[in-house]
Design a protein around this ligand. Structure first.
Ligand SMILES: Nc1ncnc2c1ncn2[C@@H]1O[C@H](COP(=O)(O)OP(=O)(O)OP(=O)(O)O)[C@@H](O)[C@H]1O
Length: 216
């Protein structure tokens, strides 16, 4: 089977910083869930930022392919949804209004709204949607952020430590949802929660002196 997305010979160094990746290659297949693990500071968030085209400063070399076709990482934004570790939200607006803002921003139809609300129900925070986001707890903000990100209709989802602020029941439900979804691929940075993803591939980033080399 052809990978959905493939990154070859990635070399990356932050401006004035150390080399984080050295000739690193990684692929993810349609419908696959990959757990990205490794110690603090090894480069998990950096890799997700790179794949979503957010890092254009520093030394960056790679070849990338989406569905077999060469692609610039800055163009990957159209094909993926990235649930960053920091929640990005309009805090004076309600949950419903935030869902609607992202619908307008991404130019989506009502299907997206239905899916976002379904995810809010799954994560048991639907009753908070009528309130402004600045009244939410940290975990409730995280749930809305995840619901909005996963409702976007794409074939590749990137998630950075999505479980951190969630209660146990929500962690279980979210992990089940992700593993049931065979239509999309998920790349999830998390150095815990491997027990929730027993059937998933684990890519463990190491910290060799020269930066990460191609995953084994
Ligand atoms: N803007 C930046 N400029 C320079 N170096 C940076 C920058 N952002 C991150 N780094 C460095 O890049 C390395 C990788 O950081 P990154 O946040 O990707 O690690 P991580 O594996 O996600 O860590 P954690 O498990 O703590 O979230 C670290 O050594 C970090 O200090």
């Amino acid at each position: 089977m052809e990978p959905l997305f493939s990154l070859q010979n990635l070399t990356y160094r932050y401006d004035g910083g150390a080399t984080i990746f050295q000739q690193f290659s990684f692929s993810i297949f349609p419908g696959e869930t990959v757990l990205l693990t490794g110690p603090n500071g090894v480069g998990k968030t950096t890799l997700l930022h790179i794949i979503s085209g957010l890092l254009d400063k520093g030394e960056l070399h790679y070849q990338a392919f989406y569905k077999g076709n060469p692609i610039q990482l800055s163009d990957m934004r159209a094909h993926l949804s990235y649930a960053t570790s920091e929640t990005v939200m309009f805090s004076k607006l309600t949950g419903y209004e935030n869902i609607e803002c992202f619908r307008l921003l991404w130019k989506l139809d009502r299907q997206y709204v239905h899916k976002a609300e379904e995810l809010c129900r799954l994560l048991e925070m639907e009753e908070m949607l009528a309130l402004p986001v600045d009244q939410y707890s940290l975990g409730t903000r995280q749930k809305l952020h995840i619901a909005i990100s996963l409702a976007r209709p794409v074939e590749l989802y990137l998630m950075d430590e999505p479980f951190n602020s969630l209660d146990m029941a929500s962690r279980d439900r979210l992990a089940e949802w992700i593993q049931r979804d065979r239509q999309a691929a998920y790349l999830i940075a998390s150095h815990v929660h491997q027990e929730r993803f027993l059937d998933s591939r684990i890519v463990s980033l190491a910290r060799p002196s020269g930066g990460n080399e191609t995953e084994k």
